[in-house]
Design a protein around this ligand. Structure first.
Ligand SMILES: [Zn+2]
Length: 722
């Protein structure tokens, strides 16, 4: 699950962070003309802090017309504050520079948090127009701050003298974080180098934009046209009707159209009986963007080279070294070591799965070895033979309110002592959203939490956490946090029954939620989830596993009508089936992560690479070149890596999961669901945010660095620690 574009765009200016498991919204759309606005400023609710508890936004007073004037005024106030700090005639001090910066941009932060949250949860035409109009303005605003030489000179003075200023540890950390942020943006370069950086940045943004446009166009272009209904055997009637409608809409009347989704593997491959058609679908997916009008191979080669050039200008050996420096992993070697240490176990398990699949092919009368387009089809048959799981039967034991209150909230209460009290009096931005006030173990009120769990039009897919107000002792603010999901809601009066996957996602997002709500730092820049992207999924993934804890599950997994606990046999099937196909899932992920790392390990003087040859060599080098298991993404449609946001960063999901699995196993070895364990974890991991290096936090909690054993066990790839 990735940080949202909002988080990426805003974190350069504000301590604002979130996570999402879906593709970030594109900002590449053309910008419509300015949305006219004549709202009187005095009635604009963003012009002053909200008077509601903890400055929770007054959604009942906010209108779309308020956004642009508030952004304009917010940016103008922020820039005036920054100029005043940069041009202060007094000598730079921690107080008059960094503390002043932390206090600046208050109004812009207020409107930005509300706007970007609502454009994710409740988008409409007008909000999309505003978003397009804002994108270049916000980027320029952030450049104007990051490249201000007078401001940087003050930050550098404080940074250079930080050990003589008698600063506390968090303040020292703040000085380091500011200095590194500015340096990494190019603040220390000569004017000539800055010009070169700007040119590379411009080319980079043109190429990544072209990459994503190609990807969109190509995905449409390569949809597979099928002549007859017979070829679609295996699909449901509803899917066949949808394919017929899609073909009609695309001008292929009387035919059927199968669209291609974003990963190399395609969901429809698990269903199609026709092997020839499976091959066509898979090849359309795997070879996309490699030829024709939307060929992205030259873009991929140049992007890799360009990033290496940019890294070199900034004084780094390659892009991965530059990128990793700001992460918990610190170096490319650490990432290669982490992934490499897991390859043997993962490959071994995948080969076992492949053997099962080949056996199933024979059993079905096939006379061939599995190819990539066969894997999901025969894996599904193996799964049915092994587990015989009826999803509808399972769901009867996972009723939404019970999962949330008797499962997730219950766990937080047992582990941390916190309580969630409904606050129906607080305004919400949609009738499906429910507000809670959160109380600490000693009864102190500590946060507002919005629960926004149901799917609706205008809401982005996926699940994420975000903040409306971040915690800061300096600013005197307490957290106002939201969790967002896309659970299909039952009709009025009927219970919403959910899958076990949705159940663990509720726990996951609340893991991010407590990371925000338990934040206990002075400076907003360092609060809560404002940690590196290879750490941010740790607290959320850690929370997931409590869903199946023996003291938690019986408390909520009860039949929605009878209240009977879930039968043990059924539960065992649910849990065992979760480790099914994990070799394949893990290997395709790791192959993509290694490919991403290899692209960004090229040096600036390396020649432009041939994409296919480079890919094949990279996979072979790391021993992950199993023909039947291609990488989850190939370079020409690997938007995490090539689109920019997660370049040299796709490994981060697994890095976080290693921490989560290791931490969970450690807690279980010390008595499990106890207040003592909860408080220890809260104090060392959740409260500190980014106020100290994340590995220091982990070691303070765990007593040592993590190992990958617990992750392999979590994924069912290993049975015990050796
Ligand atoms: Zn997450």
């Amino acid at each position: 699950m990735r940080k949202t574009l909002l988080a990426t765009a805003m974190s350069a200016i504000f301590a604002l962070s979130a996570c999402s498991d879906n593709t970030a919204p594109t900002q590449a759309e053309t910008t419509p003309s300015a949305v006219e606005n004549t709202e009187v400023t005095s009635s604009n609710p963003f012009f002053q802090p909200s008077s509601l508890q903890y400055q929770a936004p007054d959604f009942s007073a906010i209108k779309d017309d308020h956004f642009l004037p508030a952004f304009a005024e917010g940016m103008s106030r922020h820039m005036a504050e920054v100029e005043a700090i940069a041009n202060n005639p007094e000598e730079p001090t921690f107080e008059n520079t960094l503390v002043a910066l932390e206090k600046s941009g208050e109004m812009l932060g207020r409107v930005a948090r509300v706007f970007y949250n609502l454009s994710g949860t409740d988008s409409n035409e007008k909000r999309r127009e505003i978003q397009s109009e804002l994108a270049p303005k916000m980027a320029a605003h952030s450049d104007n701050i990051n490249l201000n030489p007078a401001l940087f000179a003050r930050i550098k003075t404080i940074y250079d003298n930080r050990n003589d200023l008698e600063l506390d540890a968090e303040s020292t950390r703040l000085a380091e974080v500011y200095y590194e942020r500015f340096v990494r943006a190019g603040a220390e370069l000569t004017e000539e180098q800055k010009t070169a950086i700007r040119a590379l940045n411009e080319e980079h943004s043109t190429l990544t934009n072209k990459f994503s446009q190609n990807q969109l166009a190509e995905t449409k272009n390569i949809a597979v046209v099928v002549d007859s209904k017979e070829e679609l055997a295996g699909l449901s009637e509803a899917q066949i009707t949808a394919a017929a409608n899609a073909a009609n809409a695309a001008g292929h009347e009387g035919k059927y159209l199968l669209s291609i989704t974003n990963t190399t593997r395609q969901p429809v491959l698990s269903q199609l009986d026709n092997r020839e058609l499976r091959k066509r679908v898979w090849e359309a997916s795997a070879y996309r963007g490699q030829s024709g009008e939307f060929d992205s191979t030259p873009i991929v080669s140049r992007l890799a080279q360009l990033r290496a050039e940019r890294a070199k200008l900034l004084g780094y050996e390659n892009w991965a070294t530059y990128g990793l420096e700001a992460q918990m992993a610190k170096t490319p070697e650490a990432v290669f070591d982490m992934l490499g240490s897991m390859v043997p176990a993962v490959v071994e398990n995948t080969k076992q799965e492949l053997a099962d699949i080949n056996a199933m092919i024979k059993q079905q009368g096939g006379d061939f070895e599995a190819e990539p387009w066969d894997w999901e089809y025969y894996a599904e048959l193996v799964r049915q033979a092994k587990y015989d799981l009826d999803e509808d039967e399972v769901k009867q034991y996972f009723e939404f309110n019970r999962v949330l209150e008797d499962g997730a909230f219950y766990t937080l209460n047992r582990f941390y002592g916190v309580r969630f009290e409904p606050r129906p009096d607080l305004p919400v931005y949609h009738p499906d959203v429910k507000a809670y006030e959160v109380f600490d173990a000693d009864g102190t009120s500590m946060a507002i939490f919005y629960a926004d769990y149901f799917a609706r039009d205008g809401k982005r897919g996926g699940a994420w956490m975000s903040s409306f107000v971040g915690q800061s002792h300096l600013l005197g603010t307490k957290p106002v946090v939201v969790n967002v999901m896309n659970i299909p809601k039952a009709p009025d009066g009927e219970p919403t029954l959910i899958s076990y996957d949705h159940t663990t996602t509720i726990f996951h997002e609340l893991g991010h939620g407590v990371h925000g709500m338990f934040s206990n730092v002075n400076y907003p820049t360092l609060a809560g989830t404002s940690v590196s992207r290879d750490f941010v999924e740790f607290p959320s993934t850690f929370e997931e596993d409590w869903a199946q804890h023996p003291e938690v599950l019986p408390n909520y997994a009860k039949h929605y009508e009878t209240g009977e606990p879930i039968p043990k046999e059924l539960l065992d099937k649910v849990l065992r089936s979760r480790s099914f196909n994990q070799g394949y899932d893990t290997l395709e992920y790791m192959s993509a992560a290694l490919l991403d790392m290899e692209w960004h390990s090229l040096s600036a003087d390396a020649p432009l690479q041939n994409v296919n040859e480079f890919e094949a060599a990279a996979l072979k080098k790391h021993g992950v070149d199993l023909a039947a298991v291609p990488p989850r993404y190939k370079s020409t449609f690997f938007s995490h890596s090539m689109g920019g946001g997660y370049s040299a960063g796709y490994y981060a999901y697994m890095w976080s999961e290693i921490l989560a699995a290791d931490a969970y196993a450690y807690v279980q070895s010390r008595g499990g669901l106890t207040r003592e364990n909860g408080d220890h974890y809260r104090k060392n991991i959740l409260e500190v945010g980014n106020s100290r290096p994340t590995m220091d936090s982990y070691k303070a909690f765990r007593g040592q660095e993590p190992t990958t054993d617990a992750l392999l066990i979590r994924r069912g790839l290993k049975t015990k620690v050796d």
